[in-house]
Write a protein that binds this ligand. Structure first.
Ligand code: SF4
Length: 281
């Protein structure tokens, strides 16, 4: 017997999650900023981190956006395979939720209807919507507003498989170095390795949702994460590019099987406005 959910039910859930995500950086992220402050050696870097901590605390207290760029609204749904939908089409309901949240929350509308003619849609729709079918009869909704500055500095490549782990690391380090302060560091570095072009981008995005401090369960990739984190923090870019030891708060790798001829790699960078909020239906 499927569990029947009317798509209208998700509208207000998504609206509230959009506001919460933009107003409240989660405890995991705020704690990481506070420990970065303790670690930072550069006076400019330390001052900058203190400003970011104050900003995050103030936004939460006053329930206002922690950054003016409230981003492209990425909505991710894990849908139990026993769920059956009624009502308006699911993607329409997602967009209705985004429209409502961005309107009620006084969040900046940043989406243009057409990438070349650039007319603002006026309500921050459409969302970028990902769905995954999972077991059970629950639905988990994650709303992840993604700022333009950090998203713009991500990169994709397809390496020759023989380039291996060294090639992947070089590509990641080059991408972070070229981005410099434009990503509003400290960043979280999401890395996708494998799959196809599209899947590799998706898993790199998903990697950004992992809590800071979480290590890949595979020791090989966990080691690569910690090595890259150390190398990135030795670059000297520092908080907001002001110089210092803390350029990244963490590095997360997601990998997936791929074709024998291919080694796709995507780097997706998340700025210090690391916003996401989730709810279960
Ligand atoms: S990159 Fe992030 S912190 Fe910087 S302006 Fe954009 S959303 Fe804000």
């Amino acid at each position: 017997m499927p569990r029947i959910i009317n798509t209208k039910e998700i509208v207000s859930v998504i609206a509230e999650l959009a506001k919460k995500a933009c107003y409240e950086l989660d405890d995991n992220f705020m704690d990481a900023l506070r420990s970065a402050y303790q670690k930072e050696e550069s006076p400019y870097g330390k001052d900058t981190l203190q400003l970011l901590i104050d900003n995050g605390e103030y936004a939460k207290k006053e329930q206002i956006a922690c950054c003016h760029d409230t981003g492209t609204c990425v909505v991710i749904m894990e849908i139990g395979q026993e769920v059956s939908w009624t009502g308006i089409p699911l993607f329409d309901a997602v967009n209705e939720g985004v429209r409502k949240g961005y309107d009620e929350g006084y969040l900046r509308k940043s989406m243009v209807r057409d990438p070349l003619n650039r007319v603002n849609t006026g309500d921050n729709t459409p969302a970028v919507f990902h769905s995954e079918i999972v077991s059970g009869d629950k639905v988990t909704i994650t709303v992840m507003p993604k700022g333009g500055g950090s998203e713009n500095m991500g990169a994709f490549t397809t390496l020759v498989p023989a380039e291996g782990a060294a090639g992947v690391k070089n590509f990641v380090l080059k991408t972070v170095e070229q981005a410099g302060g434009k990503t509003c560091p400290p960043v979280i570095v999401g890395i996708g390795i494998g799959g196809t072009m599209d899947w590799c981008s998706w898993i790199a995005k998903k990697a950004l949702l992992k809590p800071i401090g979480h290590r890949n369960p595979d020791p090989y990739y966990a080691k690569m994460e910690t090595e890259l984190l150390e190398q990135i923090n030795n670059m000297g870019i520092g908080p907001l590019g002001m110089g210092g030891r803390v350029t990244a708060l963490d590095v997360h790798i997601e990998y997936y099987p791929c074709h024998i001829t291919a080694l796709p790699v995507v780097v997706n960078l998340q700025c210090h406005a690391s916003r996401h909020a989730a709810a279960e239906l």
